[in-house]
Design a protein around this ligand. Structure first.
Ligand SMILES: Nc1ncnc2c1ncn2[C@@H]1O[C@H](COP(=O)(O)OP(=O)(O)OP(=O)(O)O)[C@@H](O)[C@H]1O
Ligand SMILES: [Mg+2]
Length: 266
């Protein structure tokens, strides 16, 4: 059974893209057929995979700002009767990349979110895991991901703004679930960029989350390390970059928990 997972938090910089890359690559290295969908006009997931040298398949956009049919920019997923082919990074890991042009779709009628859903659905059979990296704001692009996904995964920092923002994200996702996608299930919350040493304020917000969402908190936590930034710069997952690091072990632990939860959620 295929899992479509939206990695979402309207709060910026909490680790959505980092989780998408590391989860996606870990799953692909286990033999799962994985599709990464960069649903963010910042194109960070695309950069994390390709660097500055974007292949034509992702980059080519017509003079009118419209993606050229047959190419694999995420914009295509918002078009009716689109023809697109995900870019194969290797046998098990494919990507539909994005560029800043993706923001143009937000100027189109709201119905384009249904095109996104239908187009992603049409890819379901080809993959075991479809991972959608969301942008850091509410609106049509985020709603499109929430109405398409089976599972919602929220990475967060352990601070006041992030923990408060998370409640807003849950409220919005629940509205989408109620109105547009009853099958959407909340997979869990992943604490990211946690200090390796004990920090009281982080402990406070962790306990706060535990009190409100106990069983939804992943046991795995990702600690803060410059190695994560270095791994992005090298266009590698942390496991590919430093396989003996704490963060590589933490992402492996998280990947295992992810698989347990999606199968329990299914
Ligand atoms: N555990 C970590 N330790 C150190 N740095 C991290 C960690 N996780 C993420 N980062 C860094 O924090 C920054 C933001 O991470 P990322 O881009 O994954 O967040 P995001 O939620 O996708 O951001 P946006 O909301 O802009 O899409 C990046 O520079 C990333 O390398
Ligand atoms: Mg991001």
């Amino acid at each position: 059974m295929t899992n479509i997972t939206a990695i979402s938090n309207q709060k910026g910089g909490v680790g959505k893209t980092t989780v998408a890359v590391n989860l996606g690559k870990n799953l692909a290295s286990m033999g799962k057929r994985v599709l990464l969908v960069d649903n963010d006009p910042q194109g960070n997931l695309t950069m994390a995979v390709f660097g500055d040298e974007l292949p034509e398949e992702v980059l080519l956009i017509g003079d009118d700002g419209v993606a050229i049919p047959g190419l694999s920019n995420c914009m295509q997923l918002y078009s009716e009767k689109a023809s697109f082919k995900p870019y194969a990074l290797n046998e098990t890991l494919h990507i539909i990349g994005s560029t800043k042009h993706l923001s143009e779709v937000t100027t189109r009628p709201f119905e384009i979110i249904f095109e996104f859903k239908d187009n992603v659905e049409s890819l379901r059979k080809q993959y075991d895991e479809i991972i959608i990296d969301c942008l850091p704001s509410f609106g049509a692009l985020q709603t499109a991901a929430h109405m398409t996904a089976d599972h919602l995964l929220i990475p967060t920092h352990l601070d006041e703004f992030s923990v408060r923002g998370l409640e807003e994200q849950l409220k919005t996702a629940n509205n989408t679930k109620r109105r547009l996608n009853p099958k959407l299930k909340f997979l869990g919350i992943l604490a990211n960029e946690v200090s390796a040493q004990r920090v009281l304020v982080e402990e406070h917000y962790y306990n706060d989350l535990k009190a409100k969402h106990n069983s939804y908190l992943f046991d795995a936590k990702i600690t803060k390390s410059a190695k994560i930034k270095e791994s992005h710069a090298m266009r590698l997952s942390i496991l590919e970059y430093k396989k003996n690091s704490d963060q590589a072990r933490q992402f492996q632990h998280f990947t295992k928990e992810y698989l347990e939860r999606v199968s329990a959620n299914g």
